[in-house]
Write a protein that binds this ligand. Structure first.
Ligand SMILES: C[S@@+](CC[C@H](N)C(=O)[O-])C[C@H]1O[C@@H](n2cnc3c(N)ncnc32)[C@H](O)[C@@H]1O
Length: 180
């Protein structure tokens, strides 16, 4: 009897976990972008544009599996923060963080639109073109400090003129740098 109650509770908890994962995945697709990781070979280009200095704060808005955040923390001695709304991806980030043992990494299970970005020196994102809209741009404008860098992978921000468009060759994806 006790064993069947325990098994029932475990299967209900597992079902709830699967439902939360499913909903958070659907929400992420509708909200900003589905999980499509930035190419590993583009990390160098991304961080050349971000031009990070030790002690600065770097954000990846919608950090996926945490690859970009971990790269920033390991290579630039910055405080690297990743925001992720999809529960399974967030759990992957936390696992990678535990294995990495860096103290300057923070992953938050959080909607990027709800985070105040005023402490950021550089923000990075790979969002769908239709969400890089006026609403998103006005959040950046309102919250980011003067001089903060904004690096957008593949897609331009609505109505903003990039300071640099980095696209070394025809087969490379463009990366856009904006400065507040
Ligand atoms: C195109 S992927 C980019 C992943 C990572 N930044 C990279 O470059 O490899 C976009 C990520 O944003 C996450 N996402 C979508 N909407 C979000 C939201 N409102 N708040 C936080 N993360 C979100 C998705 O789950 C997905 O992992």
């Amino acid at each position: 009897m006790i064993i069947s109650i325990v098994l029932y509770s475990l299967s209900m908890a597992f079902l709830l976990f699967i439902i939360v994962c499913g909903f958070s995945l659907i929400f992420s697709v509708l909200s900003f972008a589905p999980w499509v990781p930035s190419r590993g070979r583009d990390l160098e280009r991304i961080f050349k544009l971000a031009d990070l200095r030790p002690g600065q704060t770097f954000y990846d808005l919608g950090c996926g599996d945490g690859k970009v955040v971990i790269y920033a923390a390991n290579n630039y001695k910055v405080k690297a923060i990743g925001l992720e709304i999809s529960l399974p991806l967030y759990l992957v980030c936390k696992l990678r963080q535990a294995l990495n043992k860096q103290s300057n990494i923070e992953f938050k299970f959080k909607n990027l639109y709800k985070e105040n970005l005023s402490s950021a020196d550089a923000v990075y994102f790979f969002g769908m073109p239709h969400v890089l809209n006026e609403k998103f741009c006005s959040k950046l404008k309102r919250e980011l400090k003067p001089g903060a860098k904004v690096v957008s992978y593949s897609f331009k921000l609505h109505d903003w003129q990039p300071k640099i468009t980095d696209k070394p060759s025809e087969k490379d994806l463009p990366i856009y740098l904006y400065e507040m």
